[in-house]
Unconditional design. Structure first.
Length: 374
């Protein structure tokens, strides 16, 4: 086994798993291991995300197998392989992979053929063990707050596209083809805060976040709180954006969409609080960790995985799932914030933040690699 890690990430669109791949790659380099990235053909964001990395674009499984060396190597996946492909690769190589999503309602795919599975939280670890996987690493790897820009940006925050087109869908392919022709004529206002309390969503707008359900469950308590504004930073597919727009429509102009932003640290520092989505389909809440490292407190449902990544009262506030109480606890929290409830100062919670530091992550990765390669 040599000191090269072949990482596989075939996700066609950009999200938290891709940010994770970046800081995992950087951590491997600190540990003396070079990475070769095998990525989906056409996923051009990798050149901005990891400009100095060795990157090979892959069109199908045959190309993936051909891109791997003929000698036994260490292979780590960020997108789960099919059972057939996982078994084939594991027969020659030491195969490990990240479980970036809880597996309670998901097909574990080829994970049973992996030599080691790395869970990103205890929530994900519990779901993998519940599916009968016996090859799960004994501690969650969690994450670090990688708040470096996703691509080169200059100047103030401005509105951008709210769509990240899924090329696997005909409607999204067509819309994605047309958008570059329409975009030059679209208004791009500069971001400015409004009076009152500003809550923010800084996230991919994907179904696992369940933002439409969150706002449907909390609309009754948000509606009368006229001093609470919501700014949404992120992009998603056509259906995800449509459903979210419908869910927040009762709040009118108090909700604004700003699209995908390359420099999330600049976004976080404009906000009073960052909101999570609903919990059970989430793996970690990487955006919440990033917000806390920028000094912005968060509001999240008191449930896994958020109870692992948020220190209640220190880096934010946890509240009861609004689907259980009609949003009553969330409403009380917002009223208290408006009345002057002390805003947490996450940067003072050094013990909590240290758990997600680069040093702590490097130590966890070192232990995980040692266990996976022996």
């Amino acid at each position: 086994m040599n000191s090269v890690c072949y990482q596989i990430n075939l996700q066609p669109t950009f999200g938290g798993g891709e940010v994770y791949t970046r800081f995992f790659t950087e951590t491997l380099a600190e540990l003396g291991m070079r990475s070769v990235l095998l990525v989906a053909r056409g996923a051009g964001y990798w050149r901005d995300l990891l400009p100095s990395a060795e990157i090979h674009e892959i069109a199908d499984e045959a190309e993936l197998v051909a891109a791997l060396p003929k000698v036994a190597s260490f292979v780590v996946t960020h997108t789960t392989l099919t059972p057939e492909l996982a078994e084939r690769i594991a027969a020659r190589n030491r195969l490990a992979g990240f479980a970036h999503m809880p597996l309670y309602e998901r097909d574990p795919g080829g994970l049973a053929h992996y030599h080691r599975v790395f869970a990103v939280s205890r929530h994900v670890m519990a779901s993998a063990l519940a599916r009968g996987l016996a090859n799960v690493h004994s501690e969650p790897l969690y994450a670090v707050a990688d708040i470096a820009p996703r691509r080169l940006v200059r100047g103030p925050l401005r509105a951008a596209s709210v769509y990240s087109w899924d090329r696997r869908k005909v409607r999204d392919r067509l819309a994605g083809f047309l958008e570059p022709f329409i975009e030059p004529f679209m208004a791009r206002p500069q971001y400015r805060r409004r009076p009152g309390i500003t809550l923010g969503i800084v996230s991919r707008l994907t179904p696992i976040k369940q933002f439409p359900l969150l706002f449907q469950a909390t609309e009754a308590v948000l509606a009368p709180l006229s001093g609470i504004n919501i700014d949404i930073f992120g992009s998603g597919g056509y259906a995800s954006v449509r459903d979210l727009r419908r869910a927040v429509a009762p709040l009118g102009e108090r909700v604004r969409f700003w699209g995908d932003q390359a420099d999330v640290s600049q976004v976080f520092r404009q906000l009073d609080y960052v909101m999570s989505g609903l919990p059970e389909k989430e793996a970690l809440g990487l955006n919440l960790i990033e917000a806390q490292y920028c000094g912005t407190p968060v509001l999240a449902v008191d449930a896994p995985p958020f109870d692992e990544t948020v220190a209640h009262g220190q880096t934010g506030y946890l509240y009861q799932d609004p689907r259980h109480d009609g949003g009553a606890d969330f409403g009380r929290l917002l009223q208290a914030i408006q009345a002057g409830l002390q805003r947490p100062a996450p940067l003072q919670a050094t013990g909590h933040l240290a758990h997600f530091s680069r040093d702590a992550f490097r130590d966890r990765v070192s232990r995980a690699i040692a266990g996976a390669t022996r």
